[in-house]
Design a protein around this ligand. Structure first.
Ligand SMILES: [Mn+2]
Length: 271
């Protein structure tokens, strides 16, 4: 039995299948955890989502920005853009089942393996956040999505954060979703630069990578796992902070991290 975390798949179903073969994934014994952005930009979003749904008792996910974008399109809150590759999914017969299941997924997960603990999120979180706060916020967002998906998705994708829906620590729901699913660059005062997508070395002025700050959540037995930031190429250079989006959809590779021993497995993008 083993636990594997796999980075952003983004519709790269062939590479995902190959990686599952490589780690000899056995759904009766193993657990696979996905860092979000299961779909979009790649060629086979429908196949990925169907597979994850089928094995949902042993494959667990957090939501990423692309997953939320798809849900917003499905609920009529957003339009498809020219880079989206979601048509197979949107036209499928099982779209309602898949979308309903996706809407119920959390934005933060706490994974326990023996004495070790892993906090998994798609993008990141504020340096001041405690584990308790992250779990509570994730629960609140999940509840809002379940209760009224359309209204909640409208809030999430609003141009500006509106303060009508405030969560536990007084940040708006939209701000929290931006932190958990979109953040890369942040300044000392926890202001995000959501346009930045480059390498860590390209960060300018007062902005640093969100994980470069002294994170309140870090403890000896605890690690952090995130995806989303492909330009990091799987490196944070910080112990126990793992970046797992290795840019499969951008012709790089798909990576799995085995939590028991920290070993990494990867497959290259198939051209
Ligand atoms: Mn992302």
């Amino acid at each position: 039995m083993a636990n594997y975390v796999i980075g952003d798949i983004q519709g790269c179903f062939d590479e995902y299948s190959q990686l599952l073969k490589k780690i000899k994934f056995n759904s009766k014994k193993d657990f696979v955890w996905l860092t979000g952005d299961l779909i979009n930009r790649g060629p086979s979003s429908l196949s990925v989502l169907r597979h994850v749904y089928l094995y949902r008792s042993s494959i667990k996910i957090v939501l990423g920005n692309h997953d939320l974008h798809f849900l917003a399109v499905y609920h009529g809150v957003r339009k498809l853009n020219k880079f989206d590759t979601l048509n197979d999914l949107l036209n499928s017969q099982d779209i309602d089942i898949l979308a309903r299941w996706l809407t119920k997924q959390p934005l933060v997960r706490n994974i326990r393996v023996g004495k070790k603990e892993f906090i998994m999120v798609h993008a990141g979180f504020p340096k001041s956040a405690s584990k308790k706060l992250l779990i509570e916020v994730s629960r609140e967002i999940k509840k809002a999505l379940k209760k009224n998906p359309k209204k909640t998705l409208k809030m999430i994708f609003a141009r500006k954060s509106n303060n009508k829906k405030l969560l536990k620590d007084k940040k708006s729901l939209k701000d929290w979703v931006d932190w958990l699913t979109r953040v890369r660059a942040v300044d000392e005062n926890e202001v995000m630069d959501l346009n930045f997508k480059g390498k860590k070395s390209e960060l300018k002025y007062k902005f640093k990578a969100w994980f470069s700050y002294d994170l309140k959540i870090m403890k000896k037995h605890r690690s952090i796992i995130f995806g989303h930031w492909a330009a990091l190429e799987g490196k944070t250079n910080i112990e126990r902070i793992h970046a797992l989006d290795t840019g499969c959809v951008w012709n790089k590779k798909l990576t799995a991290l085995r939590l028991e021993d920290g070993r990494k497995f990867s497959v290259n993008k198939i051209n």
